[in-house]
Design a binder for this molecule. Structure first.
Ligand code: SF4
Ligand code: SF4
Length: 224
C-alpha cells in the first residue's frame, strides 16, 4: 500500500491561501489505513478548516482515491457541492490527488505527503521493501531487495561499513546486505554473493509508468 503522512495543518492552510470554500476528498483504501484520509480524518479536517473561517462545501471518501473513473463518477454526483468550492483538498497519496486533478478544473491541493510503497508489519506500522524499479532481482538476493533495504542501494554488497548487522548510514536499521547473506546462507547458496551484478537498468520503467494488462490490450504491445 501507499504510505502517506499528513502535512502540518499550517502548511495546508498556506496552500489554500484565500480560498473561502473547500471540497474535501479522502481515500477509503491506503489513506484510511494510514489515518491520513479516512472518514475520521476528513471530518476532523473539515472542523479545523471551519474553525479557521473556511466553508466546507462538501466532502467524499472515495473507495479508492487513485481510481480516476470512480472519482469522475463521484465528482459528477456531487457536482453542485464541487461547483460551490473554490478549491479541492485531497487527503490521499499523490496519485489520488492527481486523480482529482484529472477530473476537475478546480484548483487541487494535497493535504498529505506521500512516502513509499509499504508492507504492513502490523496495524499502523509500515516498512518499505520495494522501490518499484521495474527490473526485479529478488531471485538473486534471497527475496530481500538490495535496492531498497540497503541504504545506498548497492547491488554488490555489503559496502564495508556494516557493523554487527547494522547499517553505517543508520545504525538503527538492519544492513540489507547482511540480511541477504544470512538468507542465502540458510538456503545453501551463499556463493551467489560472489556473483557480480552490473549496473541496474533504471530505464526498465520510464516515467511516467504506463501499463495495460494483456487481456485489456486491443492489439500489439501498447501500454507498456
Ligand atoms: S529489485 Fe527491489 S525495487 Fe526492484 S522490483 Fe524487485 S523488490 Fe522492487
Ligand atoms: S551497511 Fe549494509 S545496508 Fe548500509 S549501506 Fe552498507 S551494505 Fe548497504
Amino acid at each position: 500500500m501507499i504510505i502517506t503522512k499528513q502535512k502540518p495543518f499550517e502548511v495546508v492552510l498556506e496552500e489554500l491561501g484565500d480560498a473561502k470554500s473547500v471540497f474535501l476528498v479522502g481515500c477509503g483504501d491506503c489513506a484510511t489505513l494510514c489515518e491520513t484520509g479516512g472518514e475520521d480524518q476528513v471530518k476532523e479536517m473539515g472542523q479545523k478548516l471551519e474553525s479557521e473561517g473556511k466553508k466546507v462545501a462538501g466532502s467524499v471518501v472515495l473507495e479508492v482515491g487513485c481510481h480516476e473513473l470512480d472519482a469522475k463518477k463521484q465528482f459528477r454526483v456531487q457536482k453542485d457541492e464541487i461547483a460551490e468550492a473554490d478549491v479541492i483538498l485531497v487527503m490521499s497519496c499523490g496519485a489520488g490527488t492527481q486523480a482529482a486533478r484529472a477530473v476537475t478544473d478546480k484548483p487541487v491541493f494535497p493535504a498529505n505527503d506521500t512516502l513509499f510503497l509499504g508492507n504492513i508489519l502490523r496495524y499502523g506500522n509500515f516498512e518499505e521493501k520495494c522501490s518499484l524499479c521495474g527490473d526485479c532481482i529478488l531471485d538473486e538476493t534471497g527475496a530481500i531487495c538490495p535496492v531498497t533495504r540497503c541504504h545506498k542501494g548497492i547491488l554488490n554488497g555489503p559496502c564495508g561499513g556494516t557493523d554487527k548487522g547494522k547499517c553505517e548510514v543508520d545504525p538503527d536499521k538492519e544492513c540489507g546486505w547482511t540480511l541477504i547473506y544470512q538468507q542465502l546462507e540458510k538456503e545453501g547458496r551463499v556463493e551467489a554473493m560472489k556473483e557480480y551484478r552490473p549496473a541496474k537498468n533504471w530505464n526498465a520503467v520510464l516515467k511516467p509508468g504506463n501499463f495495460v494488462i494483456p487481456s485489456r490490450r486491443k492489439g500489439g504491445d501498447e501500454g507498456e
